[in-house]
Write a protein that binds this ligand. Structure first.
Ligand SMILES: [Zn+2]
Length: 79
């Protein structure tokens, strides 16, 4: 699979970086985007959430198991 992934740590992330209470939604959860941002890089257009999901500016996501979620920006947000 050919895709461009921002290098976060150079190694595979652990399944969860979450140290929050209550625990944030896991990467498998439909609420995964509700997890806290642990590393935001708005200048590069992505944020790392504490459940190891990479959330992109266009609302696309890269899950820790390598799956890609297509952008799903609400239509109402389009200008
Ligand atoms: Zn968390």
């Amino acid at each position: 699979m050919d895709r461009t992934i921002p290098t976060v740590t150079g190694t595979r992330l652990p399944d969860s970086l979450c140290t929050h209470t209550p625990k944030c939604p896991t990467a498998d959860s439909p609420d995964r985007e509700a997890a806290h941002v642990v590393a935001g890089h708005p200048e590069q257009g992505w944020s790392l959430l504490c459940n190891a999901v990479l959330l992109f500016e266009d609302t696309g996501e890269l899950l820790p198991d390598g799956r890609i979620v297509a952008p799903h920006r609400p239509v109402a947000a389009l200008v």
